[in-house]
Design a protein around this ligand. Sequence first.
Ligand SMILES: Cc1ncc(COP(=O)(O)O)c(C=O)c1O
Length: 377
Amino acid sequence: MTHDSHRRPAERLALLKPSPIRAITDGTPPGAIPLGLGEPTWDLPEVGRQALLRPSGPCGYVPHAGLTELRKAVASFHGAHPDEVLITTGSQGALFALYQAWVDPGTKVLVPDPGFVAYPALARMAGAEPVPYRLTADCFRLDAEALLRVLEATSDVSAVILNLPSNPTGGGGDLASLKRVADACVARGILLISDEVYRDLHFGVRAPSLRDVTDRGVVTSSVSKGWGAPGLRVGWAVGDPAWLVPARTVHGYAVTGTATPAQWAALALIEHSDTVLAEARAAVQLRWEALAEALREELGHSVTPPDGTFYHFLPLPPATHADPLAFALKLRDEAKVVLIPGLAFGEGGRGHARLSFAATPEQLREGVRRLAPYWKA
Ligand SMILES: Cc1ncc(COP(=O)(O)O)c(C=O)c1O
């Protein structure tokens, strides 16, 4: 009995394509320098490692919303009440649960362009349509004017997504812009999600939080970036419980709860935020300095650090803008350096590539040295 030829994934997946990032990273040749990775390359902080080794007792389920102590710690970090916290499997788990809970088929979700690839993909999985809004032309920061123009012109908007500082651009935004967007979403009853996973990896001034302007939206974050622990898969949503309760139901049916030992470790990391985050910023600063020096010496670029993240949005030579994917594949296979073309994050990223400086200083110096001939050509 073979019905395989008739098998098709669910219709809601029809518009969902594998991440274009995979087209670059799959098939990376041996010896290539990975400047595409969006994850810390430094060790899991010792307090987190120790907490994974809890000596005795059962390793049981915890409430769907998360370990009580962890909810309290996350609440205190964000200046919220524990009832305003839902612990999830990475911040991606929080985004998934929120979209599934609040985004109806046929509605629209406003997403930054360029922006993190999951925002439009999760909209499509919910049967909705992602609608891009642009960032400022000079530094790829939040452009409230541009976002509000799209909001005014779009009907049936179910959610708006912000990401300060931004993957892939590193651009942040100011408090006044954030407030304008929050006020517009609150007035319309639209779910506003502010993805703040990179907020603590800043250079100088920390980007404002949505919590600074309203407690009626939802902030998502995780231990994956600043706390150096993407493999723990612990994230959270913080916001109005009215938004969180249906998301908690989705989260419960999807995964029951986040892995218990991972929550112990996340708790230890958050309890030591002062040192863990300061050390992470020092690690990122060191890497930025190595990258900036290499970019100056090898490419003649004079660069300033991003507002936050560990991404440099590297301008591509104009001749490559027509087919940035082909150029990225050429860099991968000939120069043996992996970069992610900005186009993977939306049309607004066409002229750039995302270079992750979470890599080691040696990898950064060698990587830029290998790239140089392609910029000079
Ligand atoms: C902007 C942004 N949001 C969310 C995530 C999801 O991360 P996690 O699920 O590990 O918290 C990432 C991961 O790269 C990201 O770059």
